[in-house]
Design a protein. Sequence first.
Length: 409
Amino acid sequence: MVKVRRAMGAQESDPVTGKVMLAGRYELGEVLGRGGMADVYRAVDRTLGRSVAVKILRDNAGDDSDRARFTVEARTLAGLSHQGLVILLDAGVEADQQFLVMELIEGQTLAKATAGGPLEIERVGTIGVQVAGALAYVHANGVVHRDVKPGNVLLGRDDRVKLADFGIARLLDDAARHTRTGHAIGTAAYLAPEQVTGQDVSGATDVYSLGLLLLEAATGRREYPGSPTEAALARLHRAPVVPDHLATSWQALLADMTALDPADRPTAQQVAGALRAYAPPSIRVTGSPMSDPVTLPLLAGGAPPTADPHLAAVESVGTRILTDLSPIGTPSSPSPRTSVIDRVGGVLARLPGHQRGTIGALLVLLLLLVLVATLGGGGNSPSEIPDGTPTRLRAPLQELHDSVNEDNR
């Protein structure tokens, strides 16, 4: 509040109440939350006499990149209208500070709701169908959220869900990512594999994050804990562990949503269709303006898959990682590990497909465990990125390490 008061100047204080006023209209109250670049306040719109939430860009976060991202959020929200999204009411600049005025959601975040342990599976479904419906609508309008996590899911009365914080959302036809060192491309624990490796994002990226979110709500534990780098690497060598006590339909859905290959994941619209049975009668769940979503077959009955859906994608990913790891060694002399990996790659190429996938998975697991072990070896640079990390992975992992707060839920 002190920063806001200093920025607005004494003349912006109400002469009667002494409250800090923004744009001569919004009376600022308590801080509701703090993000990487902005603070959110409870406020009163004096003109309309209603409570609102005001998001103000911080002074020390006001460089060109942050301002661009803040503008993207405003324009993104202004172009979207859905019952599962926080509504943008106003936006402006006051004393060189950008601000957004949004509807105020009375309740708590999903992060707080799960802090005491897992939720009942019916409640997980109720929350999940609404988030999936909101994402289906967002994706149909050419937007990827890119930071779906428990802290961005707001639970109102009767678990009516609102998806918040489009600060790093990306328009699918917009090449400008508006990211830089010091600000997250997402939250480490919920990143999709393609975000870790710096690949293009799509609606499937949000579906993966939603899968981890639902898994955490159902189990009460974060699937990929640890430092940002450890959490990021972990999802590249193992699929999420879906507990056996969950219904077969839930196991299949969560496994599909968190498939390594984005092409193997259902759409948000399909996820909403699969979870539609959990939606309370009072909540009309809508998503894409297209036809009703396809219900995943297993949720309508049937046997669980006989093969690990994660394994199908491991072969291609394993091949890429093996290729990227081949330069590991001393730059000034040929590395013995390079020739070994070359020979292993040749052996893999001659094996039948099913054997190649299995052995490739084991090799990827071994190689990445070596990388993770190196991170904790005590001889690394402060960046935590091992000297032998593949070039393709180094840049996104470094940005992740520099920008993501592991406790930012």
